[in-house]
Design a protein around this ligand. Structure first.
Ligand code: SF4
Ligand code: SF4
Length: 107
């Protein structure tokens, strides 16, 4: 893939943080074992729901990031940015499955 093609697929950076209004069909899940912690995805998230995992969990200088599932609107911007610019460490997963896998409730 040429670099022009790669950057053409990038979402716009977020200028104004929005709020979630409806339950999304999918939410973003970070593969923490594959994430470099570069934080490139963070400014692309329109609801600002991506954050570094606490340093206590991994005890490494640059921890991976995680998504606060209940705030994610399923827009896919972070996954596109990660794939185009860094490491392809984010997958969009069905909300029902995420609830089951992480034993959580997403409104
Ligand atoms: S852009 Fe990808 S590799 Fe970088 S912090 Fe985000 S999920 Fe991790
Ligand atoms: S899918 Fe959209 S709302 Fe959810 S974490 Fe990624 S950028 Fe943020």
């Amino acid at each position: 893939m040429s670099s022009t093609d790669r950057y053409a697929k990038l979402p716009l950076l977020t200028e104004n943080i929005r709020d979630k209004k409806t339950r999304p069909k999918t939410v973003a899940v970070v593969d923490e074992d594959n994430c470099t912690g570069c934080q490139v995805c963070i400014p692309f998230c329109p609801v600002d729901c991506i954050e570094p995992v606490s340093k206590e969990k991994y005890n490494i200088p640059i921890p991976p990031v995680q998504v606060r599932f209940n705030e994610c609107i399923g827009c896919n911007a972070c996954a596109k940015a990660c794939t185009a610019l860094t490491w392809d460490a984010i997958r969009m997963i069905k909300t029902d499955l995420v609830e089951e896998r992480y034993n959580t409730t997403i409104k």
